[in-house]
Write a protein that binds this ligand. Structure first.
Ligand code: NAP
Length: 292
């Protein structure tokens, strides 16, 4: 069977920017492939993946709230999916699905684009991650792989400690008095919470007085709106910034390459993303986006 069909599964998915981005990528390379978003409720993933395999699917992107649950339904796990415990990219192999986590290399690629391959932050100063969910886990492993001492800052102490232990880092409680100094010392600061999707200066993970250093890299994962309070504060401090849209683009690049075996047409994908945002996608639907 010729496998040329790709899907996005999660709930909700109607506002996702990925269908436009992948359609542009297929068009740019003259591939007669399709990419379709399917709303899927938790608990339905196993059956659906079996059906998609029978319908000529080669690739599936996975978004909230299925990134963890999907791992149990895959025959193969890449080391990245296994370490993070969550997958956003599935590829059909001859006899089953393989789960991978491209949020991890996607963040690294986005940082590399922002600072240049020769100027990547290295060991010494900490990498601070706000949040302890799936996106934070991918970010924590990415920063650990870059050799940075990882610090997880999270509201829920249990989740924060658990992620810090898995990524070989340390946990600092949300609102801790040491945070302004810690953020100021960090070489990379990542917002992996949904704070920034609302409005106003309080909609930001950085506590008052916490400012990234001018030579630090500030990475936002929220992409709707494209400009958040976190990015504004980091820019004002002179830090280099990585937007949520850039991370969204770069996590799709390894997925495209895995599925098609071809280099991803990055500029066509970027153009489609920005065009969708300008055209009003994702449509306003309360304070949510879906992360893919
Ligand atoms: P998740 O698994 O639900 O985790 C959310 C995290 O944010 C948790 O650690 C939670 O803390 C924290 N949080 C939620 N509301 C908060 C608040 N009001 N104040 C402080 N902390 C709060 O979600 P996720 O999948 O990691 O996604 C996180 C964000 O990244 C979402 O906005 C998602 O859209 C975005 N994302 C973007 C991309 C991209 O490509 N740009 C990729 C993936 C995700 P507790 O543990 O204390 O509840």
């Amino acid at each position: 069977m010729e496998r040329t069909r790709c899907f996005l599964i999660g709930y909700p998915v109607s506002h996702s920017l990925s269908p436009a981005m992948f359609a542009a990528a297929f068009r740019a390379l003259g591939l007669d492939w399709t990419y379709q978003a399917l709303p899927v409720a938790p608990g339905e993933t196993g059956e659906l993946l079996a059906q998609l395999a029978g319908r000529g699917a080669v690739g599936v992107n996975v978004t909230m709230p299925l990134k963890r649950e999907v791992v149990a339904h895959c025959r193969y796990l890449t080391p990245r999916a296994e370490a993070v415990g969550a997958a956003n990219t599935l590829t059909f192999r001859e006899d089953g699905w393989e789960a991978d986590n491209t949020d991890w290399p996607g963040l690294r690629l986005a940082i590399t684009e922002a600072v240049g391959a020769g100027a990547l932050p290295r060991g010494g100063r900490p990498g601070v991650v706000f949040g302890a969910g799936g996106a934070a886990a991918a970010a924590a492993f990415c920063l650990a792989e870059m050799g940075l001492p990882v610090v997880i800052v999270n509201r829920d102490a249990g989740r924060g400690r658990e992620l810090a232990a898995r990524a070989g880092g340390e946990y600092v409680p949300w609102g801790n008095g040491a945070l302004p100094a810690l953020v100021g010392q960090a070489s990379v600061v990542v917002n992996a919470t949904p704070l920034g999707m609302g409005k106003g200066p309080a909609d930001c993970p950085l506590p008052p007085g916490a400012v990234p250093a001018p030579d630090a890299v500030a990475c936002e994962l929220v992409y709707h709106p494209p400009e958040t309070e976190f990015l504004r504060r980091a820019r004002k401090a002179g830090a280099r910034v990585v937007s949520g849209l850039s991370v969204l683009l770069w996590q799709a690049v390894p997925a495209f390459q895995r599925w098609t075996g071809r280099p991803a047409p990055v500029e066509a994908m970027r153009e489609a993303l920005f065009a969708s945002i300008e055209a009003g996608q994702p449509k306003k639907r309360g304070a949510e986006d879906c992360g893919t």
